[in-house]
Design a protein around this ligand. Structure first.
Ligand SMILES: *Cc1c(COP(=O)(O)O)cnc(C)c1O
Length: 468
């Protein structure tokens, strides 16, 4: 909020950027003067203002009242460092194309590996969790050709699609009532053989559920498959002090997986275009070997292009991550870790409020910072319709939640009184991934309350009487 009482985006940091760009230019001041691409400032301003107007057509992802999907603004240091790097526009495919930024990438990725508990590793940044998972499943397939990939029914849909791209058989393992892979069902499937990899989702996209990693690792000892952790969303939460028992014991074993994916562009305060894949055994780098006449490898040092499926990649993404981790190291008990704990406590508080509200049913407590709940109703169909209407009413009051279709089996008819007349229940879902959410839960709950009143009070019969 600014002093006029309204919301204002940060513009102060732009002055810091100007100083940093000048400092960057100082390093190249010995070059003969030359005109770079500058453009006509008036024409640029006019188009840029048009762009600003076009961008009004967005939900306010940067505001704490946006508490819907996994969307959050980058930290100012990430935004500034990314922009600063664009004056050079390094390409982290090869050291020749991005010298400083390749070294910064290796340092930033090593910090993430250390956060997991690995002193040695192989890893790099990539476009996002999808690319990162693709590489992990590809490496697994190279090592155990022809074998099946298993992930839970709540795993990200990308795993079945990636498996199809790679030509690997894929099967889904059922979940328990809290959205976590059912270890008994996994064990039964392993008995039938042919499994080369089990994907453990460490923080599911829909509800933030953490698969039972200790059990999965125990089964690996007996059946000998690779364990890949898809921690694209949840990877940082091992730093949080306030995890509950089951989640905590999964994070304590994260160092024992064979490969892991984490998305700095989700909980790592980065702009989009920043995923990370990590392998515990650095020797898998040999699988990436290629021989290209186009690549200008002129240094004996490791080129990131030699251990990555993507070729050209933004060095700016590495610079942004490096700068963020310099300011906010991903270590226990630091400021960054405290932010994760604030998200956890925001989620628990919202969950407690909703659980004590007779208008709602909640299938389970949040393991991370995602809260799901459904309006209490006679049937799954009715609850789903009400959820959509509350979602719309909340949006009219500037509170942006999300909707998620969850298995009806998450809702116990005995305790919820809900007839499960359809296989899924459309639930309200809130991702409280901004540290500031901790200060906004009461405000969010008050708007949710008013929105629910508007739906149930105005229309107890169930006909749609709401405008637009
Ligand atoms: C977001 C997510 C992905 C996909 O990652 P992108 O960065 O969107 O490509 C994969 N797995 C999980 C668990 C996720 O939350």
């Amino acid at each position: 909020m600014d002093d006029r009482g309204g919301f204002a985006l940060d513009t102060e940091s732009i002055e810091v950027l100007r100083q940093a760009v000048e400092r960057l230019g100082d390093g190249f001041a010995g070059l003969p003067p030359a005109g770079g691409p500058r453009g006509d400032p008036a024409a640029i301003r006019s188009v840029l203002c048009e762009v600003a107007d076009r961008l009004h057509d967005n939900y306010p992802y940067f505001h704490p009242l946006y508490a819907g999907q996994m969307l959050a603004p980058p930290h100012p240091i990430a935004r500034l460092a990314y922009a600063l790097a664009l004056w050079v526009n390094p390409n982290n495919h090869a050291l020749d194309g991005g010298r400083a930024s390749s070294h910064m990438e290796k340092e930033a990725v090593a910090d993430l590996a250390r956060m997991i508990g690995w002193e040695t590793h192989l890893g790099h940044l990539c476009g996002g969790g999808t690319m990162a998972n693709l590489e992990a499943l590809w490496v697994g397939g190279c090592l155990c050709p022809g074998t099946t990939v298993l992930a839970s029914t709540q795993a990200h849909y990308t795993h079945s699609r990636i498996s199809a791209v790679l030509g690997r058989p894929f099967e889904a393992i059922p979940c328990d009532g809290r959205g976590r892979m059912d270890a008994a069902a996994l064990e039964a499937r392993l008995g039938a053989g042919d499994v080369g990899m089990v994907v453990a989702t460490v923080g599911s996209t829909a509800v933030g559920a953490v698969d039972p990693l200790p059990r999965i690792l125990e089964l690996r000892d007996r059946h000998g498959f690779r364990v890949h952790a898809d921690a694209a969303y949840g990877g940082y939460f091992g730093l949080a002090g306030g995890l509950d028992g089951d989640a905590r014991s999964a994070y304590e074993r994260l160092a024992d997986v064979d490969s892991l994916v984490i998305d700095p562009h989700k909980h790592g305060l980065q702009p989009y275009g920043c995923g990370c894949v990590l392998f515990r055994d650095p020797s898998v780098g040999r699988l990436y070997r290629h021989d290209s006449p186009y690549t200008y490898f002129s240094s004996a040092e490791l080129h990131l292009g030699e251990i990555s499926l993507e070729c050209s990649r933004p060095g700016a993404a590495a610079v942004a991550l490096w700068a963020t981790q310099r300011l906010l190291p991903p270590v226990p008990n630091g400021e960054f870790a405290a932010g994760l704990d604030r998200s956890l406590s925001a989620a628990r508080r919202l969950w407690a409020i909703v659980r004590n509200d007779p208008r709602f049913v909640t299938p389970f407590a949040p393991e991370l910072d995602i809260v799901v709940f459904a309006p209490r109703a006679r049937s799954a169909g009715e609850a789903s319709a009400l959820a959509r209407r509350i979602f719309d009413e909340a949006a009219r009051r500037d509170l942006h939640l999300a909707l998620a279709d969850l298995p009806a089996t998450f809702f116990d008819p005995a305790s919820t009184g809900m007839v499960l007349d359809r296989p899924t229940v459309t639930c309200l879902r809130s991702v409280l991934m901004k540290a500031e959410h901790a200060d906004w839960v009461d405000r969010i709950a008050a708007i949710l309350d008013a929105s629910s009143d508007a739906v149930t009070g105005a229309d107890p019969g169930g006909d749609d009487v709401f405008p637009g």
